[in-house]
Design a protein around this ligand. Structure first.
Ligand SMILES: [Zn+2]
Ligand SMILES: [Zn+2]
Length: 452
């Protein structure tokens, strides 16, 4: 008997944490936090695990919605064995350390949520077991002497991201994690298992997005460079709010390529913070993962340091492209501070480049245009927007057709959809049933078990 139980975030792109009971072997897939919620609301409900066997936790990648609650999970169940790719370990060591201070400042301690320290993160990272892509390993539990075989596959989403194949007595379960089937600008697309699987746990983030609305890659790039050239031509600067992990690196490569080929006017590029540290990890790992061009180094792209800028008026004197986190322009972050300056500049532009959670300032900004009055959050400050706002969708997730292609390749008898809204699940569910006769499709729902 296999039980699948979502511990949070089954039907939105919030928190990822799933429990599998494979005939008495307890496996946890990912242990994320909700990036826009705080305190216990941001965590999976680990109390649901108290009466169940748990042996292993496999982490698909280092985004906070997949790894952020690992310190709490391990605090509660210290004997759990943790597995992830070497790259995910390296990145999450950086990102978890960077959350220590934020946590202290913003979150009150409760029984459920306690602050962790740098020492605890060090200890946690030391206990992590690494597994490279395509190197299957066997795990046998002590209490019942049963075994599973596990293999990580490159998921093409960010550096170190993995799809996870679990095999138990000839039954194969594949967890997609977040995945991009086709290549991005740095990373080549996902490498899937060669053989069919029985059960596919499939992310469905882009299931609700009509790919025609996003346009082809060429259309997107052309609109991006045309618009950027126009802004730069008028003497304005461009702010691109980005996640420091993944989006920063991929878009740096795009901008660099377009400047090299003469399609985009060459101007200084500003970056900073965690994104810079993560770019260095992309470079140091470039021969170990599936990069499109392993010889290319992000850190060879000429970049200026954002934290050395003493006055933003510099961007009025010198048109520039500024990459700043956070991607959703959350309060107190660099992109938020810069956006407030940008609003006042008539020749400037803000380019949003990805998904915005509806509760974030980034969402409100992306829905606004030049001339609008905008309030952000609880205070009454009203911003009259003088700059332009352009929205682009560059994604590290598979488009809906790519998700169907994943199912085509893996030929599962059963598919469980997660990490998508209702609309995603409806569209994908319908199309999967149409295309693959006899397949069983489930929607993961929080705290509801699926037994098979
Ligand atoms: Zn992700
Ligand atoms: Zn995710």
């Amino acid at each position: 008997m296999i039980q699948f139980l979502p511990l949070a975030g089954a039907n939105d792109s919030g928190i990822n944490c799933f429990y599998l009971n494979i005939d008495g072997i307890g496996v946890i897939l990912d242990s994320g936090v909700h990036p826009r919620k705080v305190g216990s609301e941001s965590l999976p409900d680990f109390s649901k695990l108290e009466d169940k066997p748990i042996d292993y936790v496999f982490i698909s990648h280092a985004h906070q919605d997949h790894i952020g609650s690992l310190p709490y999970l391990i605090n509660k169940f210290p004997y759990l064995k943790i597995y992830m790719t070497p790259q995910t370990r390296e990145i999450s060591s950086l990102t978890l350390h960077s959350t220590v201070a934020i946590l202290k400042e913003e979150i009150e301690e409760t029984d459920l949520v306690q602050h962790y320290t740098h020492d605890e993160i060090d200890l946690l990272m030391r206990s992590v077991n690494e597994s490279k892509y395509n190197e299957p390993f066997e795990l046998t539990t002590l209490q019942n002497n049963k075994s599973i075989t596990v293999e990580f596959f490159d998921a093409g989403h960010i550096l170190g991201s993995a799809g996870i194949l679990i095999e138990y007595q000839n039954k194969k379960i594949y967890y997609s994690g977040d995945t991009k089937l086709n290549s991005q600008y740095l990373l080549s697309g996902a490498k899937l298992p060669e053989k069919p699987v029985d059960v596919l746990l499939l992310e469905s983030t882009y299931g609700s997005t009509d790919t025609k609305e996003i346009g082809t890659r060429e259309e997107r790039e052309k609109r991006f460079t045309d618009k950027a050239n126009e802004v730069i031509g008028k003497g304005g600067s461009i702010l691109i709010p980005v996640f420091s992990l993944g989006k920063t690196q991929e878009l740096l490569k795009l901008v660099h390529d377009k400047m090299k080929s003469g399609k985009l006017t060459e101007v200084p590029i500003y970056t900073g913070g965690l994104g810079e540290k993560i770019s260095r990890l992309y470079d140091s790992n470039r021969y170990l993962v599936n990069m499109i061009d392993p010889n290319f180094k992000i850190t060879e792209i000429p970049r200026e340091k954002l934290y050395e800028v003493s006055s933003f008026d510099l961007f009025r004197r010198k048109p520039s492209i500024v990459f700043a986190s956070s991607g959703m322009i959350l309060k107190k972050t660099a992109s938020f501070v810069l956006a407030k300056y940008w609003f006042r500049q008539k020749d400037f532009a803000i380019f949003t480049v990805g998904y915005m959670d509806p509760d974030t300032p980034g969402y409100k900004i992306s829905k606004s245009k030049k001339g609008d009055d905008l309030t952000l959050g609880n205070d009454d400050e009203v911003f009259n927007i003088k700059c332009e706002i352009e929205n682009f969708r560059f994604t590290a997730h598979s488009h809906r057709e790519e998700l169907l292609d994943i199912a085509e390749k893996l030929k599962p008898g059963r598919i469980i959809l997660f990490h998508g809204d209702d609309e995603s699940v409806n569209w994908l569910g319908g199309n999967l049933l149409d295309r693959f006769k006899g397949v069983k499709v489930h929607t993961a729902e929080n705290f509801k078990s699926i037994i098979f």
